[in-house]
Design a protein. Structure first.
Length: 375
């Protein structure tokens, strides 16, 4: 087996990244200019609920009799097309695990930090990612100067597609350590995944998952062995919108009466601060989509870009804000008269240009120093 070595630090215009500093007894020194308050804000943005259109469902058969019968199902669970996962599965004999795909996870990371990055925890002697004995991969995911670990696995798949799935799985797993899509993992889902459905099989006929909103969802209460796992995981994240009851103030009703999308967004932020449930927040967000946008947000972003035109750090923040407000693809007037470009492309190109100018200035400074030394 190839010898595993530590992944080398990336070298950018800002210097070595903090990725390789995630060792026991050490802390990242480079936060890429993000303050602690900005990092906390980024964590909350990562935890915002995904839209229903961004959520997918993965079926998992829990009934032992159905597994033995193959695709025919057992007597209690005839095979039928599931309205949630859209696949032919044993009715009430399987569960649908909610998850977000690699594209949706990548889009969320780009909206929060356009310069997010990941790297393998270890590499082999050729510099390639080092997989462990279970064909899994440990990675470091860095968002807004914060680095956390993640693990990916592709099950029984092999080949190049399996490698891509391992990477995507690892990114989503590490993203969950930041709180991304954490609300999709219910305690009952975790119990069934960890036990392979054994807890439901052993509980007897009365433990079959009950229907929820017309589709199959596990109704069994979490066992004591799974609850501590979830509680331990939640301690690593900032307070989440997981209130067990609706807030005393009806933010949703106020959102429906609000005149503009901006007013709804303010109510959304207040509801989130009041620890409203993710589903409740998603309803408020959907109301906002039907409201007049009010002043065009791109105008404010263009002003911010013009004020920070020569500051790559300010432009990075503008790009992150544009991603959060879904303005990166907006067509705007380019820096050259008569041209039209995407806002995100223009900001990214300017950041790259400023970095290149800084590098060239540094090289010219070194050259001048050498010439003076020679004289």
């Amino acid at each position: 087996m190839a010898t595993a070595i530590e992944a080398p630090a990336s070298i950018t215009a800002e210097g070595p990244t903090s990725h390789t500093q995630n060792q026991a007894g050490s802390h990242p020194a480079n936060t890429f200019g993000y303050t602690r308050a900005e990092q906390i804000e980024a964590l909350h943005k990562l935890r915002e609920p995904f839209l229903p259109t961004e959520i997918r469902y993965l079926p998992r058969v829990w009934c032992k009799a159905c597994k033995t019968a193959g695709w025919k199902g057992c007597q209690q669970h005839p095979v039928d097309k599931c309205g949630k996962c859209k696949q032919k599965m044993p009715r009430n004999g399987h569960i649908d695990l909610a998850y977000v795909g690699h594209a949706e996870a990548t889009n969320r990371l780009l909206n929060v930090d356009p310069f997010w990055d990941w790297e393998p925890l270890t590499v082999d002697e050729r510099g390639l990612p080092q997989f462990d004995g279970y064909r899994g991969l440990w990675i470091r995911l860095t968002v807004c100067g914060m680095t956390r670990l993640g693990y990916g696995h592709a099950g029984d798949k092999t080949g190049g597609d399996a490698l891509k799935e391992v990477i995507g799985d690892a990114i989503r797993n590490a993203g969950m350590r930041f709180g991304m899509a954490l609300d999709l993992w219910t305690s009952s889902d975790l119990e069934i995944v960890e036990s392979g459905g054994a807890s439901l099989d052993e509980a007897g006929p009365g433990s079959e998952p009950g229907a929820k909103s017309g589709d199959e969802q596990p109704a069994a209460a979490p066992t004591p062995k799974s609850a501590p796992r979830q509680q331990a995981a939640q301690q690593d994240f900032p307070p989440a919108a997981t209130a067990s009851a609706p807030p005393a103030r009806d933010f949703l009703a106020e959102a429906r009466e609000a005149p503009t999308e901006g007013a709804v967004r303010g109510l959304y932020d207040e509801a989130k601060a009041a620890n409203a449930m993710p589903a409740y927040l998603a309803q408020i967000a959907q109301v906002g989509q039907s409201k007049p946008a009010g002043p065009d947000p791109i105008d404010n972003l263009i002003g911010q870009m013009q004020r920070g035109w020569n500051d790559p750090m300010e432009l990075t923040k503008v790009s992150a804000e544009a991603g959060r407000r879904n303005q990166l693809l907006r067509q705007v007037d380019g820096p050259v008269s008569g041209t039209v470009v995407q806002f995100g492309d223009m900001v990214t190109a300017r950041i790259a240009e400023l970095k290149e100018l800084a590098q060239q200035a540094a090289l010219n400074g070194h050259a001048d120093t050498r010439e003076r030394s020679a004289v």
